[in-house]
Design a protein around this ligand. Structure first.
Ligand SMILES: [Cu+2]
Length: 268
């Protein structure tokens, strides 16, 4: 209807309600994640909140601005007017966006690097994570501290060798292969993430870490858990028909329990 303020006003009100509802959901922690279990996780949460404040502010301003423009420039029966826009405004908000974007990226770099490129402590416990449709296998090097050679030709899950460990390599004889990940609390852990078939993923919410497992690559990932408990490991890459079933567990245990786990696993 020409010249009617009602529909423009309704749109403005609808947008305002949408903005209010969104702020309410985030402010009340409706989507809150479980608490992090690493010092880096705490920093990642802090970084995430910074990003949320910055993008949240942009969201509120943009939506309310849109509502205002819809109402202010509604159809009053007047002919349309051509405008070339405002170069100064364009340049200003492009610069502001670039500064915020690069600034947040710069602030986050350290937390990111600490899980991925920082030198791993020499006493770190290394565990190889091999993903395949639709299971996780975790390999510990055993008492000798060395992973045995792997040969794709020897992969044979039915005969108990899902990773293809070469029986002729003495380093591999004591390797431990299990289907859940057990680590001691307050120890640096280094995971070596691999895939046997398609792209999979290693995601633990409480670690605030998510890493793709890419065929042909071994991707290192390090963390130091500081809280005991059992946490879900899930695959977040749509990797096939059984993707929704693909999960495992991360057990963060005491030193004594970890030694017991190793003794039990070695005895098998
Ligand atoms: Cu998967």
């Amino acid at each position: 209807m020409r010249g009617s303020a009602a529909s423009a006003l309704l749109l403005f009100i609808a947008l305002t309600i949408l903005v209010g509802l969104t702020i309410f959901l985030f402010a009340t922690g409706f989507f809150a994640a479980p608490p992090p279990i690493t010092p880096v996780g705490v920093r990642i949460d802090h970084q995430y909140n910074l990003t949320l404040y910055a993008t949240g502010m942009a969201f509120v301003l943009a939506q309310l601005g849109l509502g205002w423009a819809v109402f202010r420039y509604r159809d009053r029966g007047q002919p349309a007017r051509f405008t070339r826009g405002n170069a100064v405004l364009e340049i200003a908000w492009t610069i502001v966006t670039a500064v915020v974007f690069l600034g947040l990226g710069g602030l986050a770099a350290r937390s990111w690097a600490q899980s991925r490129i920082t030198k791993v402590p020499t006493d770190a416990i290394r565990v190889e994570v091999t993903e395949q449709q639709f299971v996780y296998n975790f390999r510990y090097p055993g008492p000798d501290g060395k992973f045995g050679r792997i040969d794709p030709e020897l992969i044979s899950a039915p005969t108990g060798n899902p990773l293809g460990i070469d029986p002729n390599d003495p380093a591999g004889l004591d390797d431990i292969v299990v289907s859940t990940l057990t680590v001691p609390v307050n120890h640096p852990i280094e995971l070596l993430i691999r895939s046997q078939d398609v792209v999979h993923n290693f995601f633990v919410r409480e670690l605030r870490l998510q890493q793709d497992a890419v065929p042909g690559m071994t991707v290192p990932l390090q963390f130091t858990p500081d809280r005991l408990g059992r946490y879900y490991i899930v695959c977040t890459q749509l990797c096939g028909m059984g993707h929704n079933q693909m999960h495992s567990f991360l057990d963060v245990v005491s030193d004594a329990d970890y030694r017991e786990f190793l003794t039990r696993a070695e005895a098998r």
